[in-house]
Design a protein around this ligand. Structure first.
Ligand SMILES: [Mg+2]
Length: 176
């Protein structure tokens, strides 16, 4: 089970680019020490930081993170891969298009929209959100963190890149 935002897609760069443009700031993901983005933006923005997530076209235009597509294709040949993503519902259609366009071998039929990832059947979750990592690992299954400053307090295996994640998975299921 693979998360989409900030794991497959680089949401933060484009989200922050739009915020920085409008509020004359220089926010980057390195500044986010916890999940609540509103704590790291200018007060005049505050919770409006989340309004960007409802802008048409935002999710459709996101760039893949380095090696995400290549590694997913290799892993897809050996494992059952599902993309499990949670977002504002207005983004669902764009996310379906993104998967069809960039990951046709996975396709929209293996795309699951879920806020409760711990309730989905699967052996392993690769995610960046602290609540998803904690909830999934609490079920006794393996949650792997894509390393970001905002999830460093979560005590699960973590990787800094897709190539590192590929090594982790190959080691976990070596010989199978
Ligand atoms: Mg995410």
């Amino acid at each position: 089970m693979i998360d989409m935002d900030s794991v497959i897609c680089d949401l933060m760069s484009e989200w922050h680019r739009r915020y920085n443009r409008d509020y004359d700031d220089d926010l980057t993901v390195d500044r986010l020490q916890c999940w609540e983005s509103e704590r790291y933006v200018k007060p005049e923005c505050g919770l409006r930081i989340y309004d960007y997530l409802k802008e048409p076209g935002l999710f459709l235009g996101l760039k893949p993170l380095p090696f995400a597509l290549e590694v997913l294709e290799r892993l897809h040949n050996k494992h059952h891969i599902f993309i499990v993503t949670s977002s504002v519902s207005t983004a669902y259609a764009e996310k379906e298009c993104w998967v069809e366009q960039h990951l046709p071998f996975i396709g929209r039929k293996n795309l699951i929209f879920a806020h409760r990832k711990d309730m989905i059947v699967g052996d392993l979750l690769f995610d960046d959100a602290p609540h998803n990592l904690l909830g999934f690992s609490a079920t006794g299954r393996t949650a792997v963190a894509m390393d970001y400053p905002y999830n460093r307090d979560v005590n699960v295996p973590r990787v800094k890149s897709w190539l590192e994640f590929e090594k982790f998975v190959n080691h976990l299921w070596r010989g199978e």
